[in-house]
Design a protein around this ligand. Structure first.
Ligand code: PLP
Length: 406
């Protein structure tokens, strides 16, 4: 019989537990390198100037109200989100081979995609996740009833991509497996395949008839260039893959709490592609209806204004360069300091990795000393959020790392 007493306590979410410990630490030296949210040079959340502008315009717009959006969300938002992913002139758009639904940010898009594949894929294949991956992938895909497997991704020796291990695993996976790929700025490692490596990955996936599931949470945030950060997805689409994309606007618009994202299903080219795609859209709408009825309006209105206005769009690109540029500066600054101190080990991975996170290579024991002795908070796998570094704490953090590594 079910009673309240039969439910055991769940373990605390490690990342949110870390944030709590940081908040409760009274030290004025404390450094928060845990959560993946952008911070400015004063360690404060940053409202993108273009978001502020769009927000002000929304408040002055008398035509807006608080009615429900449609099940698929705000059409101006989803169509612009689609163009951002595959490029405005993509044949996939012209041939009506993409259907897009607004979702509860990237998490909701990953979930909707997982649920759809779990219900509609006749073989319900295993989904392969990179080892390591964003921890929530495991929970989300398990919740929708997909079976999970891993492919090697990170090489501890080079602190770069284990490319051979990855390809071998993709070759060994049963034909037609679902492969989850981070489009750019891999979380948690910051390690991305090169364009040549993406081409080889695509070739193996084509050979094995695998289904690509792209997760893109950092477009424009990684390199400062929206096109470059969507290169892998665009390449797979050009190659004629059928695939899906979970897209988040949390990081690149700084709209974390507004839960702004989209799910896209791209059908393969062919005479019946647009009909097949409209069938998929209709099934996705039914799933969405039962899960959230319709998505939240506010963040999508902001993003839509920016994405659909060339002047605001250009300002957004400036803001993206501000964020990615500051992070790249912190990467160079950290590496320079560690090398100047002669900190044992090699530190070039700090600058070759990209995006919000760096996989430092620090051990769990070293991470614990950093937290207990130095008040530096990071996840125990040695991942740091580069956005938590700034010109005020870089020297201190480098000193702390140097001391625990020696
Ligand atoms: N996917 C990856 C790889 C992420 O790193 C994140 C956020 O950290 C997300 C998806 C989803 O984030 P959100 O639901 O806030 O858009």
């Amino acid at each position: 019989v079910f009673t309240a007493a039969t439910v055991a306590a769940a373990p605390e979410d490690p990342l949110f537990g870390l944030m709590k410990a940081y908040r409760e630490d009274p030290s004025d030296k404390k450094v928060d390198l845990g959560i993946g949210a952008y911070r400015d040079n004063n360690a404060k959340p940053w409202i993108l100037p273009v978001v502020k502008k769009a927000d002000d315009a929304i408040h002055k717009d008398p035509s807006l109200n608080h009615e429900y959006l449609s099940i698929g969300g705000l059409p101006d938002f989803t169509s612009a989100a689609q163009k951002l992913i595959v490029g405005a002139t993509s044949p996939a758009i012209q041939e009506k081979r993409i259907c897009s639904l607004q979702t509860i940010s990237g998490t909701g898009a990953v979930h909707l995609g997982g649920l759809f594949l779990s219900k509609f894929h006749p073989q319900k294949p295993t989904i392969y996740l990179s080892n390591p991956t964003w921890a929530n992938h495991n929970q989300i895909f398990t919740n929708v009833g997909l079976s999970l497997a891993n492919y090697p991704y990170f090489s501890k020796e080079t602190k770069g991509l284990d490319f051979n291990g990855m390809l071998q695993a993709l070759r060994a996976a049963p034909n037609g497996s679902i492969i989850l790929l981070h489009a750019c700025a891999h979380n948690p490692t910051g390690v991305d395949p090169s364009q040549d490596q993406w081409r080889e990955i695509a070739a193996v996936m084509r050979e094995r008839q695998h289904f690509p599931f792209f997760d893109t949470a950092y477009q424009g945030f990684a390199s400062g260039d929206l096109v470059r950060d969507s290169w892998a997805i665009r390449y797979f689409v050009e190659q004629g893959f059928e695939l899906c994309v979970a897209q988040s606007f949390a990081k690149n618009f700084g709209l974390y709490g507004e839960r702004t994202g989209a799910f896209h299903f791209v059908s393969a080219p062919g005479a019946d592609a647009s009909t097949a795609n409209s069938h998929i859209a209709s099934q996705l709408a039914i799933l969405q209806r039962s899960e959230i009825s319709n998505p939240p309006a506010y963040g999508a209105r902001i993003a839509s204004r920016v994405l659909n206005d060339p002047t605001l769009f250009a300002e957004w690109e400036d803001d993206l360069r501000t964020m990615s540029g500051r992070i790249q500066e912190m990467r160079r600054g950290l590496r320079k300091r560690l090398e100047a101190k002669g900190t044992p080990g090699s530190w070039d991975h700090i600058t070759s990795q990209i995006g919000m996170f760096s996989f430092t290579g620090l051990s769990e024991a070293q991470v614990k000393i950093l937290r207990d002795k130095w008040h530096v908070y990071m996840t125990k796998n040695g991942r740091i959020s580069m956005a938590g570094l700034n010109t005020n704490n870089l020297d201190y953090f480098a000193e702390a790392v140097d001391s625990v590594v020696r």
